[in-house]
Every structure is written in structure tokens, then in C-alpha cells.
Design a protein around this ligand. Structure first.
Ligand code: ADP
Ligand code: MG
Length: 240
């Protein structure tokens, strides 16, 4: 059984088909990247999985349970967490206190809060900064904080939307390391990322969206040499 199954999913915004008949499954313990040009539907896919947007057609299952149409908080309580592109910490709280919020309101409820918080901080390479105020963190460290807060909820599936956007190469490498550590510790990761070297290096599998359609799905090396994918990125007409 796959952890997450997306079946014939479509999402229209008025006239625009943001997601068109997309099917895929995510296996537990993997890192899957979703790539594609701007506007391809990557963030919309996350909004549908987390229940932030209603879908137009199709079905989404998590651990074989149909989550289509469920409220966002119920979906989160099942173990799906999203790390936001724009980190929104409580700036006056410490790093520890920020992550503690995730542990308090997470899937398991307020149980082993301190230990869960410490573990999330370690996985996100933030243990040394635990007592600093969140307002003192760099942009790169704030992204780590978002991941720590998400996994402190004891999520089993982490959706990360462009966690490396705007980061320099060193910060990007650090974030990729964090995602790898998170996966090693039993959290399945779905990553939306533009930095191709990072995607190629970290992903077990790559899904390619183009104008709402899934045009490729496979191991990174296969996808990178797929003519349809190259055409989508170069903007060649009639790519398929
Ligand atoms: P990506 O994340 O791949 O860059 P998005 O999923 O954000 O793309 O957007 C896919 C398409 O859907 C775009 O054309 C975008 O303008 C449109 N879109 C996304 N969200 C909304 C919304 N809430 N209302 C209307 N159109 C939207
Ligand atoms: Mg996006």
C-alpha cells in the first residue's frame, strides 16, 4: 500500500485547468520531487492534498483512507504537514518555543512535548540555536525552523514547497541535508524545488507537471533526459 495515492485529480479555477487528470502514488520512506515550470500546478497540488482547496474531480487517499473533502485540520491530524514557502515564526518566541508549538498541537497531542521538540530541532540542525529568539535567525535558518515545526507535529508526510527558494548554495545544501535526515528518521518527503542539482541528488523519484498535466514520473536520471521534460522547460511548442 502506498502512503499517499492521488487518482485522476483535476482542479479548475474558473476557466483555468490548474491540475488535469493527474494520478500518482507516494511510497513511504521516499523523497519525491515535483518539478515543472512556473504555474504548472505544483503548489495547487499541495493545496489539494492538504485540503486548503476543494478539488474539481478525482480522489486522494492517505493510508488508504479517502481524504478528499476533509477539513485541513483533520488532514493535518492524520499526519500530513506542510512547510510553508514563507516562514511565519512567532518572532518573539525562542526557536525551541516555536517548534514546541508544533509538538503541542501535533498528531499525538501534547505528549512527550519536550522530547519531540528536541528531536525535531536536532533533525533540522537547529539544536544549537534552541534558546535564540526566532527574530535572530537568518532566512536559511527560518526555513529550517519551518521544517522543524512541521515534523514536531509527528507528521509522517512532509510537503515542502520550495524550501530552498532564495537561499544561497551553502544554505540550499544545508536544507537538502535536513530533508534527507528527516526522511532517514521515517518521514516521507514530497518536495517542490527548482534547483535541479539538488532535485537530482536528493530524490528517489521525480514527477514533472506542465500546465497541470503529469508529463513524466520516474527516477531522476530518466526524467532528466526525457524529451517531453526538456521541451517543457525550454518552452518548445507541441512538446509532447
Ligand atoms: P506552481 O506552484 O507550479 O508555480 P500554482 O499551483 O501556484 O503553480 O498555479 C497553477 C495555476 O493555477 C496558475 O496559472 C495559477 O495562476 C493558478 N492558480 C493557483 N492558485 C489559484 C487560485 N487560488 N485562484 C485562481 N487561480 C489560481
Ligand atoms: Mg508554487
Amino acid at each position: 500500500m502506498s502512503l499517499l495515492e492521488v487518482e485522476r485529480l483535476s482542479k479548475n479555477f474558473r476557466g483555468l485547468a490548474a491540475i488535469s487528470d493527474v494520478s500518482f502514488a507516494i511510497e513511504a520512506g521516499t523523497i519525491t520531487s515535483i518539478i515543472g515550470p512556473n504555474g504548472a500546478g505544483k503548489s495547487t497540488m499541495f493545496n489539494l492534498i492538504t485540503g486548503y482547496l476543494p478539488l474539481t474531480a478525482g480522489e486522494i487517499r492517505y493510508r488508504a483512507l479517502r481524504i478528499t473533502g476533509m477539513a485541513t485540520n483533520r488532514i493535518a491530524a492524520l499526519g500530513i504537514a506542510r512547510a510553508f514557502q514563507i516562514a511565519r515564526p512567532f518572532r518573539d518566541l525562542t526557536v525551541f518555543e516555536n517548534v514546541r508549538v508544533g509538538a503541542l498541537f501535533g498528531k499525538a497531542g501534547p505528549r512527550d512535548v519536550e522530547a519531540t521538540t528536541r528531536r525535531a530541532l536536532e533533525l533540522a540542525s537547529l539544536a544549537a540555536l534552541a534558546e535564540q529568539p526566532a527574530s535572530s535567525l537568518t532566512v536559511g535558518q527560518l526555513r529550517h525552523l519551518e521544517v522543524a515545526r512541521a515534523i514536531a507535529t509527528r507528521a509522517d508526510l512532509l510537503l515542502a514547497d520550495e524550501p530552498c527558494a532564495g537561499l544561497n548554495p551553502t544554505e540550499t545544501a544545508a536544507m537538502i541535508d535536513v530533508l534527507r535526515q528527516v526522511r532517514t528518521n521515517g518521514v516521507t518527503v514530497v518536495l517542490v524545488e527548482h534547483d535541479m542539482p539538488s532535485v537530482m541528488e536528493v530524490s528517489d523519484r521525480v514527477l514533472v507537471l506542465d500546465a497541470g498535466r503529469l508529463i513524466a514520473d520516474g527516477p531522476p536520471k530518466t526524467v532528466a533526459t526525457d524529451p517531453k521534460v526538456i521541451a517543457a522547460y525550454l518552452g518548445t511548442p507541441d512538446a509532447a
